[in-house]
Design a protein around this ligand. Sequence first.
Ligand SMILES: C[S@@+](CC[C@H](N)C(=O)[O-])C[C@H]1O[C@@H](n2cnc3c(N)ncnc32)[C@H](O)[C@@H]1O
Length: 394
Amino acid sequence: MARLRLVPPDSRYRESFLAFIDELGAEAIRYREFDVFEDDDFDVYVADLRGSEDAAYQYLWLVEDEAVIGHAYVDYDRESFAKYRDGQVDYIIRPSKRRQGYGTRLLALLKEHGRARGMSRLLISCLRDNVGSRRIILANGGVPYGAVSDIFDRTRTRLQYTIDLEDTIPIPDRKELFDVWAMKYDTSVDDATFTFTGYEKVLDEAIAQAELWDGARALDVGTGTGNLAARLLAGGCGEVWGADFSEEMLTRARQKAPEAHFVRANLLEAWPDELPEQFDRIVSAYVFHEFDLETKLRLIGELNARLKPRGRLVIADIAFTTAEDREAAHRRWAGLWNEDEYYWAADEAIAALANAGIGARYVQVSICGGVFVIHRYTPSRQQPPSNEPPFEVA
Ligand SMILES: C[S@@+](CC[C@H](N)C(=O)[O-])C[C@H]1O[C@@H](n2cnc3c(N)ncnc32)[C@H](O)[C@@H]1O
């Protein structure tokens, strides 16, 4: 979605716009402005849609490269919900592009547009049962305002939200981001692209390092859509559990691995009652980079306490063999580096773990992905020095 932008209607998008209306089918009927026919003079239609420079409202098209992905309407005049209960902005994404994050991007672009027009906030609403729209609004900093019945169908409720444009761009909380991401997680985790380079191989290596056996009880922390949990089942574990704080992720995990048990839990909070107390294996993939090194160490200590004797903790994540490698990668992939995340440097982490009496091994699997293996240890005693080398390349 690199070249996504919001533009005024333009005749150069004729073919794509007509295909967009076609794709909408019966949905287009709701929008008067979509009354356009193959034999209409498209230039006249577009000029009409563009309106005058000082109009109190505007139509905008969401365009990716040369394709029309969505259509939006923004009314600059509405200062409160009192006049129009459905708010100031309305938009629609073409059906084949839904559930891929375009709605969230479109609303973010509408916010930029509103700011540029000197608006201080956006009023927006959606039907209560439209979970996708609600998520998009929340991910863009929507604050609940009220609820009214829908003007077209009074049996249905519309939820109203305000989005403050004067604030700095709101940063949605991490759980909400994951809830939104859940919809397209499996298609967006691109094996070939930094930071997920080698994703499948990294997960496979985590399973290999876990050395599973029939009947083992395993837990996948930050299970997401259940990709690692599904591998634990395929690897023969007798009892598989998954924990995650995103209900949307868990919904997908339950579909993918119905034999596993999934529990909603925040890893940084108390151990949930629904989870067993002890496991043979605890695994995790692409989660720990959410936490700084100190928090990582604390969490490792807590998970260690949940391992049975001879238990093992296996952590796969975005990681580099040395801090120097991480720095080089930071320079190389500066544009893709998320400054809010904490990618591992194995040398630094292994030294910090050793300091805390914890022995660990690390395997570099891809240019930015690797696996840590930590055997259960007794916190009061130093871990006996391991004969195994601390680093390997898979
Ligand atoms: C990048 S996804 C990885 C998902 C999965 N393990 C995989 O490898 O595909 C990170 C997951 O960690 C979860 N997560 C992040 N922070 C968490 C926390 N504090 N407690 C529980 N889950 C968390 C997110 O909801 C998300 O599902």
